[in-house]
Ligand binder design. Structure first.
Ligand code: ASP
Length: 352
């Protein structure tokens, strides 16, 4: 009798382990939210690169990859039909609110968001900071349109659905899945304008890999992912602009912006976020006028550190730490919805 019980317990444990990898039809309700991009792009020829982003509607996208239905109960919703170069604050707020509503009303167990690759990293970081739930939201795109020879969208979509359905993705919240890799939104960036292998995290690498239907995680960002900005009542965000640094730059752009109603300015400087003397003076003026100045750097990796060659405390600047200018802008816009206290905002850059 004891042997039978033991055998039963061992078989049950083996089945449990297998179930972790094998996803059945009874598995999660996955909602696919479509926003456009090249993954929904359509061109005249299978061999030429010209195409229009965001042309293919969600139903056609889903019908092109029937295998996704093996991984869960799939439904689709068209939220926008744009090239992601046209992504904007209003659509970000709409997306964030919709995702929060879907999870609040328990309409899905996981979400896959199809998106253009140009600003995918920005949308991902915005959603990471504003979606209140830690259920999987997998953001995916493609570099080649659906009409191209060896297009990458179908495979990427299937992989994203697998990631969304995987029990291993539970608790991961917003993540990016592209080209068999999984990234944390904070760290991921588009690194090539044309190559398939474009998404990477220069400082820390991918957090997971997708291969042959298997989803494996290796790392997790320790940055505070429990902090969320409540955007549910907002219709816009404080305006923050970015200025690029280069040799012999004139202060003209910063001066013009200083005379505009912006609330924050990210200066994407040389090296460790450095600027020349005339630009430095203009930035100091902007700061004196009450514009929150944040220094980031244009190198594409590493950190922008406080008080290196710049008297940040004296000038009233904050630094972006390891965030790119485009992500620093997002954190600054969101931070400014809660406070204009520089110490608190600097803390946000070291924590989120
Ligand atoms: N311009 C396109 C977009 O971001 C590029 C892409 O999706 O790869 O929508």
């Amino acid at each position: 009798m004891k042997k039978i019980v033991l055998l039963f317990l061992v078989s049950f444990a083996v089945l449990q382990i297998q179930a972790q990898d094998k996803i059945t039809k009874t598995s999660p309700r996955i909602m696919i939210l479509a926003t456009g991009g090249t993954i929904a792009g359509s061109g005249e020829s299978s061999t030429k690169s010209a195409y229009t982003a965001g042309k293919v509607p969600i139903d056609d996208l889903l019908n092109a990859v029937p295998q996704i239905h093996n991984y869960g109960k799939i439904t689709g919703e068209q939220v926008a039909s744009i090239g992601s170069q046209d992504m904007n604050v209003v659509t970000w707020l709409k997306l964030s609110n919709r995702i929060n509503q879907i999870f609040k009303e328990n309409l899905a167990d996981a979400i896959v968001l199809t998106h253009g690759t140009d600003t995918q990293e920005e949308t991902a970081y915005f959603l990471k900071l504003t979606v209140m739930y830690d259920k999987p939201v997998v953001i995916v795109g493609s570099m080649r349109p659906s009409t191209a020879m060896s297009q990458d969208g179908n495979r990427n979509l299937l992989d994203a659905v697998m990631v969304a359905a995987s029990p291993r993705s539970q608790g991961k919240g917003v993540i990016v899945a592209m080209n068999e890799k999984i990234f944390d939104p904070r760290d991921v960036t588009k690194s090539s304008s044309t190559n398939l292998e474009t998404f990477l995290s220069r400082n820390f690498g991918p957090i997971g890999l997708i291969y042959d239907g298997k989803v494996s995680y290796y790392y997790q960002s320790l940055r505070n992912s429990s902090k969320k900005f409540d955007v549910s009542k907002l219709t816009t965000l404080p305006q923050v602009e970015i200025v690029y640094g280069y040799a012999d730059a004139s202060p003209l752009t910063v001066t013009c912006l200083s005379n505009s109603p912006i609330k924050g300015l990210v200066y994407d400087g040389m090296g460790n976020g450095n600027f020349n003397e005339p630009v430095g003076k203009a930035l100091a003026e902007a700061s004196k006028k009450g514009i929150l100045v944040c220094r980031s750097n244009r190198t594409g990796s590493g950190r922008t550190t406080l008080e290196n060659e710049v008297d940040d405390a004296g000038l009233g600047f904050v630094v972006a730490d390891d965030l790119s200018a485009q992500k620093a802008r997002i954190l600054l816009m969101l931070s400014l919805t809660e406070t204009s206290d520089k110490i608190k905002i600097q803390q946000n850059f070291f924590e989120y």
